[in-house]
Design a protein. Structure first.
Length: 332
């Protein structure tokens, strides 16, 4: 994915920072991993331990980004280290991180290479049973991530922290509408209508009383799967950069709204059991839809496929938000 937030490193740059991190070691191979949408990543092979590693590099200083995207790489490093304290969360080990801008004019870190292939690349070729196995494991892993608690709500990377979830989520959504205005992006849902609906249903957000770590970006492209025979196993979860302290219902995999039986079985709880929970999830879907549409403002993607997908889903979610009947009863 080509994006204006991604940087290109010369071979000499990579040699300089690998030598800084690991000593004078031979750089045997290096190629860019092109799937990411915001940061830049390289698959690197060194001539000594730790061998195969991944380098992740943040955007340049002053890059045109959405308001909430400040300090994302630092947030990723810190949340990965938090998650690594739980052996049931398969997070790659971080070998070295550097936010000094002394050896490179960007933030960067080196992490363990995760074996396997991302789930999005193989999901359509797997059987129903194999995909359900991955979904069950993802539910179990997500439940472990969500056990990590904090004292306040809000983005991990930047911004104020809040004592309650409704104020935090309202502020987060306000940033998005402000960014939409900044980039002159027309939306099929006005800020006024969204916040009128939010205030009408504010009580459903009051149900969230504990600030829990939410990965938020657990889509299939961030889930690495390997196989022992025909049985798939999740080897690693990556891209914690957009983590926040909030409602576990925000985890992006729940945006499907249905067909989540294996996931909930692994999680140990049906997270969409009540009308209030299902309506909160519609608000969270709209939040994600808006981000995917508005982020094209600064990034200017060549491939607009993700934007078209988000616009179509936003129309669906707006329809659900506007239902006059019992919230989301049509999904029962």
């Amino acid at each position: 994915m080509k994006s204006r937030t991604k940087v290109k490193l010369a071979d000499d740059d990579i040699r300089r920072i690998t030598n800084h991190a690991f000593g004078e070691v031979p750089l045997l191979a290096c190629h860019e991993l092109t799937d990411g949408w915001f940061n830049t990543a390289y698959n690197i092979k060194l001539g000594s331990s730790p061998g195969r590693i991944v380098l992740k590099v943040g955007p340049p200083e002053g890059a045109d980004i959405l308001t909430y995207e400040k300090n994302l790489l630092l947030a990723e490093v810190e949340t990965m280290k938090l998650a690594a304290d739980n052996a049931q969360i398969p997070v790659p080990h971080i070998f070295f991180d550097d936010f000094s801008r002394r050896y490179l004019p960007y933030d960067y870190y080196f992490m363990e290479f995760v074996p396997g292939v991302t789930w999005d690349k193989i999901r359509e070729s797997l059987s129903i049973e194999q995909n359900e196995t991955v979904e069950w494991q993802l539910g179990r892993i997500t439940a472990q991530i969500n056990t990590i608690e904090n004292d306040t709500f809000g983005y991990y990377a930047s911004g104020p922290r809040f004592d309650n979830w409704p104020d935090a989520f309202r502020w987060m959504c306000g940033l998005l509408f402000a960014d939409a205005g900044r980039y002159r992006i027309e939306l099929p849902l006005s800020e006024q209508e969204f916040f009128e609906k939010f205030e009408e249903h504010r009580a459903i957000f009051d149900e969230v009383t504990a600030p829990r770590l939410v990965h938020w970006d657990l889509w299939a492209g961030n889930i690495f799967v390997s196989f022992e025979g025909d049985r798939p196993t999740i080897e690693g979860i990556v891209d914690f950069e957009r983590a926040l302290w909030g409602d576990p219902l925000m985890e992006s995999y729940l945006g499907r709204l249905d067909g989540l039986g294996a996931y909930f079985e692994g999680y140990g709880l049906d997270l969409l059991a009540t009308p209030a929970q299902r309506l909160r999830r519609v608000f969270y879907n709209i939040y994600l839809d808006l981000i995917m549409i508005i982020e094209d403002g600064p990034r200017q993607y060549d491939d607009k496929g993700s934007i078209a997908w988000a616009k179509a889903r936003l129309q669906r979610d707006i329809g659900l938000l506007r239902l006059d009947e019992s919230p989301l009863s049509s999904l029962d």
